[in-house]
Write a protein that binds this ligand. Structure first.
Ligand SMILES: [Zn+2]
Ligand SMILES: [Zn+2]
Length: 428
């Protein structure tokens, strides 16, 4: 790939600011939305792309006004229905469409190119044209679609969610009526991975719990880093009981949410855990993470994980490949062995929504779920204002993996979380 690659988190922030500025300035658009890889929750995107709708006669004035938004440093020469500006945070492209054509334009500009190519060929075989010109509404009106649903319907298909539009079998599945009923944000009843200022989180436990209440969650787990984790600050073993007292007091003060006292314990080089069993047993839920494995061989990494997965006190393996989108592809692992062990032992594996993780990614999550592994979707949030958006990224990533609601542990209630933990702890 050429050009700068932009992380999902950064792309989202840039797009949100530009949309807010455009709406505030009133630049003459009926609608303005994010499209491209950002709308598909791609972990990194080549560019931030927006789609606006205005009458064709107004396109030139819209482009002029867009180029004057506060974040814009300079604009490249405008093309007929799109223009790219350099902002203080990177390039942003605005595509323009006309009223009545939003659905076709949304599908076109959301991509992926593989998905759109499939649709174009399909349209052609039906005697319809789905091209850049039709999307602008300047030629054949036959695919004039106000909604994406209408466009897919004209092509004889049910609606395909943006996160699935990756050219990975979604059109064939749609044809056969086999599209999954994807998990959605509304299905998420709590967050099982958050940090407080007992480790490297920015905010106090009470603030994180308050943010979870604001999101309407039924439960939230506070899961700070264990003592020897390579984080800027960690939870000392001697402080665990103090943290528990703080959480107990909060349970009385905030009775409308279940607060789980959890931990993100590090997996040591021999596969043992950073805290001993007596201490781990005191937590309501235990997440295990392997943060220090770069450079380790595949067999060794796999063995370290397997030992943790088989530990009766480990409930969730977090960000399993430890990848950094756009920078590190993740550990080399025998994923099939990990999935088999996780499914057999009742250990969940995480889709982590922090933009620096987005791990498991869609492809890996899809394989895990197919192997019978229970999926957890978490924010791995370190500051209150990110709790909602990082869960949104996590859900989007899971949807890229065709994950359905029933495959996700935290679409269940607090009782189901506790039962999941107890099943593994109970002697076999
Ligand atoms: Zn971690
Ligand atoms: Zn974490």
């Amino acid at each position: 790939m050429s050009g700068p690659r932009i992380s999902l988190g950064r792309a989202h922030a840039i797009a949100s600011s530009m949309i807010a500025d455009a709406e505030y300035a009133g630049i003459g658009l009926d609608t303005i939305v994010a499209v491209g890889g950002l709308r598909r929750f791609a972990p990194v995107v080549d560019e931030v792309a927006l789609l606006g709708v205005a009458r064709e006669a107004d396109h030139a004035s819209v482009q002029t006004a867009f180029a004057r938004l506060p974040m814009v440093r300079r604009s490249r020469p405008a093309r007929r229905s799109s223009m790219t500006v350099e902002t203080t945070h990177g390039p942003v492209t605005l595509h323009l469409s006309v009223p009545g054509q939003l659905g076709a334009a949304l599908v076109w500009h959301t991509g992926s190119s593989a998905h759109v190519d499939h649709l174009r060929v399909r349209a052609g075989s039906m005697g319809l044209q789905f091209t850049a010109a039709t999307v602008r509404g300047v030629t054949s009106p036959e695919l004039a679609c106000e909604s994406e649903h209408a466009l897919y319907a004209m092509l004889g298909l049910p609606f395909i969610a943006p996160e699935l539009r990756n050219g990975s079998g979604e059109i064939e599945a749609a044809e056969r009526g086999h599209l999954p009923a994807l998990v959605s944000e509304r299905d998420i009843r709590g967050d099982l991975h958050t940090h407080s200022n007992w480790s490297d989180g920015r905010h106090a436990v009470a603030d994180m719990v308050g943010a979870a209440v604001d999101l309407g969650y039924e439960y939230v787990a506070i899961t700070d880093h264990s003592e020897r984790a390579p984080a800027s600050r960690t939870l000392q073993a001697r402080d665990v009981s103090k943290q528990r007292q703080e959480i107990d007091a909060l349970r009385h003060a905030m009775p409308h949410i279940n607060i789980l006292h959890g931990v993100e314990v590090d997996i040591m080089s021999d596969g043992s855990l950073d805290f001993d069993d007596d201490l781990l047993e005191q937590f309501d839920i235990v997440l295990a993470s392997l943060h220090d494995g770069r450079g380790d061989a595949r067999a060794r990494l796999t063995e370290r994980y397997l030992r943790a997965i088989r530990h009766p006190l480990v409930n969730v393996i977090t960000h399993p490949t430890n990848r950094v989108p756009g920078r590190f592809d993740g550990y080399p692992l025998d994923l099939d062995r990990l999935f088999a062990a996780a499914a057999e032992t009742g250990t969940a594996m995480e889709v982590d929504g922090a933009p620096g993780h987005l791990d498991m990614d869609g492809t890996v999550a899809r394989r895990a779920a197919a192997a019978g592994v229970t999926i957890v979707i978490d924010s791995d949030c370190h500051r209150v204002e990110r709790l909602g958006i990082q869960m949104e990224f996590g859900v989007g990533t899971a949807r890229r993996g065709w994950i359905g609601r029933e495959q996700v542990l935290n679409t269940g209630g607090a009782d189901e979380i506790r039962a999941f933990v107890e099943r593994k702890r109970a002697p076999r």
